[in-house]
Design a protein around this ligand. Structure first.
Ligand code: SF4
Length: 410
């Protein structure tokens, strides 16, 4: 029997889907993660924006087009947020929430809505590694921060963390060239008073490159950075979520820092890792943002010299504090997005140009259009002509190319 586990949204969703794939394989299914003909579909949805939720609903219709008699199961944040939207869709047999997804494996023939509320749950089916060289390792779930624009804490519940030994065991079992430590709010990692620094200390003996997922400002301390410095093979890339460069807007977003602290933390990172890539997320057009506030975001980007900026137009999420505010017109959001995207492009090119001719460590991942593609330790996407062995090596950047740079092995 053929099955598809299709994932929308974040890396944590990706990890949970990898567990579902293992679970289905243990039942004898021939499973893929690409949408195509199948007898069973599990759609792992996302609700971080209204657009993501719409795409999740559309994916059900797309699956049904491949096989009208297939069984369709929907799980994830969008089905946790609005289960009825999926229950009423043709072909959908089972809808579950965002927790304990791989309990679906035991409930595959059930019909209707199932909400597994056991929050302290971790995936029973150990994920296989979809990529040959890079593995995403889920170490934390949920969030207690309740940023005013964010729906996630309402869908994924309170923060909970995985036993450090299980994290180390999973990395050793998957033995990737690079392990990406990820969570919904990774900085909130805390297992029986072992914080993220404590987890990092326990990764000291793993034999692969360690990259961290998105971080919150508060985690950046001398102690934390020293712990990273002790790792044998840490990838100096910090995705430090900013959201806005205006103190007034940060306050209304219920973010727990101001722009001065943010800049201070970036300087601290550069003290420990001078060649580090600092990347970030910025929400454009939050309801309290004036033109002046927006320029604060633009100027902070230029001051920090980010290696890349992920920009998102504000998406109102019903149920959040922010949803009570009057939204800015989409024309204003679009105009500001255009400005910030131009700044993003310039900053990214500048960052890459700083390393043209320089030697960096490279983990190749896959072959694409005649190039072997992967990332440097400081997160530059690299294209090496032809097919090269999938092992970590040193490369020299040649010139800017597509969303990264071409390079040659040295
Ligand atoms: S830290 Fe804020 S933005 Fe991130 S998941 Fe938690 S509530 Fe959402």
């Amino acid at each position: 029997m053929k099955a598809v586990v299709f994932t929308l949204g974040c890396k944590v969703n990706g990890c949970e889907s990898a567990s579902l794939i293992s679970g289905l394989k243990s039942l004898g299914y021939d499973v893929t993660d690409k949408l195509g003909y199948a007898d069973l579909y599990i759609i792992n949805t996302c609700a971080v924006t209204a657009e993501a939720e719409k795409k999740s609903r559309q994916t059900v219709a797309r699956a049904r087009k491949f096989n009208k008699s297939a069984k369709i199961i929907v799980t994830g944040c969008a089905s946790q947020h609005s289960p009825d939207d999926f229950l009423k869709k043709e072909g959908v047999t089972l809808v579950t929430g965002a927790n304990a997804k791989d309990r679906i494996i035991e409930e595959i023939n059930e019909v209707g809505f199932r909400k597994f509320d056991d929050e302290g749950y971790y995936e029973k089916y150990l994920p296989e590694n979809p990529s040959r060289t890079r593995a995403y390792i889920k170490v934390q779930d949920g969030c207690n921060n309740f940023c005013s624009y964010c729906i996630i804490p309402y869908l994924r519940g309170r923060s909970r963390s995985r036993k450090p030994e299980n994290v180390v065991a999973e990395i050793q079992r998957l033995s990737p060239l690079e392990a990406v430590i990820t969570g919904i709010n990774l900085s909130a990692y805390n297992y029986e008073n072992i914080g993220l620094k404590g987890l990092i200390d326990r990764l000291i003996d793993v034999n692969c490159r360690i990259r961290l997922g998105s971080l919150e400002v508060g985690i950046i301390t001398e102690e934390f950075l020293s712990a990273l410095k002790n790792l044998k093979n840490f990838a100096p890339h910090f995705h430090l979520s900013l959201q806005s460069g205006s103190n007034k807007v940060l306050k209304s977003m219920n973010r727990r820092y101001d722009r001065e602290t943010y800049i201070e933390k970036c300087n601290l990172i550069r003290k420990y890792f001078p060649s580090a890539a600092i990347t970030t997320d910025i929400i454009v057009g939050y309801s309290t943002e004036t033109e002046e506030d927006f320029l604060d975001s633009v100027n902070l980007c230029k001051e920090v010299k980010f290696a890349d900026v992920h920009c998102f137009p504000y998406s109102k999420r019903e149920g959040t504090v922010g949803a009570k505010l009057k939204e800015l017109p989409s024309s204003v959001k679009d105009a500001r997005m255009d400005v910030l995207l131009a700044v993003k492009k310039e900053l990214k090119e500048n960052f890459i140009n700083n390393y043209i001719g320089k030697t960096l460590s490279f983990v190749p991942e896959e072959v694409e259009n005649g190039y072997t593609v992967g990332y440097t330790d400081n997160y530059i996407r690299v294209y090496v002509k032809g097919e090269i062995p999938l092992k970590e090596c040193d490369i020299q950047l040649i010139e800017g190319f597509l969303d990264g740079a071409t390079a040659k092995i040295v």
